[in-house]
Structures are given as C-alpha cells and as structure tokens.
Design a protein around this ligand. Structure first.
Ligand code: IMP
Ligand code: MG
Length: 436
C-alpha cells in the first residue's frame, strides 16, 4: 500500500476532443458539470467555441468554463489558457445580461494575455503564408503562445496592477513595433491603445485572479469532482496533430493536465468526444471529406458552421484510423459519440478503416499533413442509415438497429474504452448515458 491514511478519492475527469475540434465537448462538459465541484478550462483561447444548450438557453462560450451554469461550481481559467481580456469582458457581460452569474469564476495569474497586437500579427502571418495558410481563427492564438515561449508574454497577474501592466506593455510593444521600421506604427502596437481595456479588466477581474493551486489541492483533499474541459481536438494538438495545420496549444490529455495544474496521477477518467461523423475547419488533410450533396446535407442538418468564425465546416465520414490514433495518445476510458441525430435521414454512411496513397495501403494515421492530404479513404464498413427521429430515445436499445450497429462499429477504434454518452439532439436532456 502506498497510502498511509484513508481518504475519499476525488473524481477527476478530462474531456478531450478526439477529432479536429467542434465535437460537442460543450454539451458533455455541461452535463458532467451539473454536479461537479470544480471545472477547469486549461488550454487554448477564444479560438475555441463551445455551444451549450440548457434550461437557460443556448450559449456560445469561448473562454468561460461550461460549469458556469451551476452556481455551486468553481470555474477556473487555468495557467495554459491564452486569455483575451476583451473577449472575457464581453462574454461575462453577455452571461450576466442573461442571468448567469460569473461570481464563481477564478483566473490563474499564469494565464497569458492575448491582445489586439497578437490578432494583428495572426492576420499578417496568415496573409503572408499564401498557399501554405493554416486557416487560423485569427484570434491571435499562435502569436500569444509565441510570446509565451519567447518569454515576453504578459501573464494575467499583471492585471492586478494596471499601471505596471501598461508599463510592461509599453516595453514589449516598443520592441515589437520595430518590424514597422520606416512606416507608420499601427495603433495596436501603442500602449495607449490598451489603457481603457486594461483598467476595465483590472477592475472587473483583479479580484478573481488568484492562485488556483490551493483551490485544486483543497478540493482534491476532500474528494471533490473535477471536470477538465479540453478545447479544440487531438488532431489539432501542436505536437501530436497534423502539423503544421494545427493550433498552438496541446489539446491532448497531457496538455490539459499541465494547463490545469492537475497532478497527473489524480486523473481518474479520460472522456474522448467524437462526432458520429467528422468535421474540420481551416486547412489540412481530411481523407474522408465529402465534397458532395451528402456532405452539404450533413453540414446543414448539423449546423456545421464555426461558433467562433462562422466558417462552413468541412464534413466527412467517421475516420476510425484517426480515432484509433487519438485513442493511442489520450488513453480514453470513456467515449461520447455526439450528433448521432444529424445522421438520421442522411443516407448510407461509411466508416473509414484505412487509407491508400499512390496505390499503396496506409494503415496508420499520418500527422505529416503533406502526406495526409494525399491519402484516399478505404471504407471498411457501410451502413444503410436510418430515417427515424432518434431524439426521444432514452436508452441505447431504443435506437434503430442500424444506428446501434453503427455506434458499435465506431467503438471498435477504442479498445478498452466504454461507450458512455450518445448525443441525440441539441438540448442538455438529449443525451443517452449508457449503462456501464
Ligand atoms: P488557431 O487556433 O486560430 O491558430 O487556428 C489553427 C487551426 O486550428 C485552424 O485550422 C483552425 O480552424 C483550427 N481551430 C482552432 N480552434 C478550433 C476549434 O475550437 N474548433 C475547430 N477548429 C479549431
Ligand atoms: Mg467549437
């Protein structure tokens, strides 16, 4: 025995997107948060958009953790987050206007601040990439993490002292502005531009920027339930995704733990969230992409337009090669299959079980985007589909036979993991929790 005293075990659940983001993590986090003590958003920034539909209405969250709807839950924006104070002010104002209090929100002093100059640089970098563009959300996320790695970023703690924050900003911007040598310096590179924002953010958040480690530690000590909310998806992870067509943070489970400041051995479950099909926004390989009427139909029925940018999402069949890879690097214990209802009446559906590249069979997922882009899907399963409206199903057994077969076929990618949730509609209640 390693333990010396009896202790009530905490439940620490990480919710990870298994594909290219937009898997419906918001819905799963919202459900799991209903009785969670602490919800932590741990990486990424307002490039993420989590749609949550509950008794209070429909919300698009970008920075605030989805546990905000439960007045008893402590919600933490963790150290790994790229925090745009302008977005957070707006998001909190919108929540408050709709009767949702943000009084249980806490911000790690270590989160990095994203400012308009990061957005300016993101736009300029994308324009400069030409054909190699990534299709970023232009929220300045890459440049914010670049500053963090260069060790010139401003951490959220700076907002506790607005004068000092402005002074630091002035020093950083005087160096950054050198790129405009000889030409006019845009306003975004002048500290004065940020004065109003910094004073307002300091006023609004100053008191909630507190060390989050004692909150985590104390709750772990008394057996609390934690949900760590991942943003984006495993295939967009900076290290493990389809580089360079990836985001700038680690969106796999290891990144979530670092960003949350959670001791790794306290993790108890890893929930992988997968759409019953697949979508991708931005550039990069996607072997199962459907550039046909069926793809258009699924896009319309599933409202597959970006929460953050409004861009139409690319739609494709479920890729079990990619899913297996996501499972290898995240070790899912539980799987949520979302938006199964979108496939009702969508015709025959297929599951990709391998790729072919220039006539050669490819069995494993390829993170080299230049290679992935040349891969053609090989379909190992074809299903008749179903036409019934499935949103009133209460149990797995209530689903049409074809839908059950389809879910069971998807689960073959996840050796050792359980099918835990099935999303069958937009509302919080449109979720089947499968028996364990
Ligand atoms: P960035 O994160 O804005 O730098 O964009 C990098 C890539 O990640 C682009 O392809 C974006 O479309 C994609 N991306 C970033 N965040 C999300 C997300 O939350 N959902 C889906 N795609 C995302
Ligand atoms: Mg999203």
């Amino acid at each position: 025995m390693f333990r010396t005293s009896a202790r009530k075990e905490s439940e620490v659940i990480a919710v990870v997107g298994g594909q290219w983001g937009d898997e419906g993590k918001g819905k799963i986090v919202d459900y799991l948060s209903a009785d969670a003590d602490v919800v932590i958003r741990s990486q990424g920034g307002d490039n993420a958009g989590h749609t949550v539909s509950n008794d209070l209405g429909k919300f698009a969250l970008h920075l605030v953790p989805a546990g905000i709807f439960n007045p008893k839950t402590v919600n933490i924006i963790g150290a790994g987050v790229a925090l745009n104070p302008k977005t957070l002010l707006k998001e909190i104002a919108e929540l408050e206007a709709r009767g949702v209090s943000a009084q249980n929100l806490r911000i790690s002093p270590k989160a990095h601040l994203a400012f308009d100059y990061h957005l300016f640089l993101d736009r300029a970098q994308e324009d400069g990439r030409g054909e190699k563009k990534i299709g970023t959300t232009k929220r300045g996320i890459g440049p914010t993490y670049m500053d963090k790695a260069e060790r010139i970023g401003l951490q959220a703690r700076m907002l506790r002292n607005p004068d000092k924050c402005l002074q630091e900003l002035r020093s950083v911007l005087s160096k950054k502005a050198k790129i405009f040598s000889g030409s006019a310096i845009p306003d975004e590179f002048k500290a004065e531009y940020y004065e109003g924002l910094i004073r307002e953010a300091a006023e609004k958040f100053g008191k909630i920027i507190v060390d989050t480690e004692p909150i985590v530690h104390e709750h772990l000590g008394r057996g609390a339930k934690f949900v760590i909310e991942g943003a984006h998806g495993a295939l967009l992870d900076l290290d493990h995704g389809t580089y360079p067509k990836v985001t700038a943070s680690n969106s796999t489970v290891g990144g979530l733990l670092v960003g949350a400041g959670m001791p790794p051995l306290r993790l108890t479950r890893v929930v992988g969230v997968f759409k019953a099909y697949q979508t991708r926004v931005g550039e990069g390989g996607m072997p199962t992409e459907l550039k046909n009427e069926q793809g258009d139909l699924i896009r319309e029925r599933g409202h597959e337009y970006g929460t953050t940018t409004g861009r139409p999402r690319r739609v494709g069949f479920f890729d079990s090669v990619a899913a297996q890879y996501a499972h290898e690097i995240n070790g899912f214990t539980d799987i949520a299959i979302t938006k199964l209802d979108t496939l009702s009446g969508a015709g025959n559906i297929k599951i990709c079980s391998g790729y072919k590249c220039k006539g050669q069979a490819v069995e494993r997922f390829q993170t080299d985007d230049e290679f992935l882009i040349q891969c053609e899907p090989v379909y190992g399963g074809e299903f008749d589909g179903w036409n019934e409206n499935i949103s009133s199903a209460k149990n797995f057994d209530d689903l049409p036979e074809s839908a059950r077969q389809y879910c069971n076929a998807i689960m073959k990618a996840f050796t050792g993991a359980e099918m835990r949730f099935l999303g069958i509609g937009e509302k919080r209640s449109d979720l089947i929790e499968c028996e364990q």
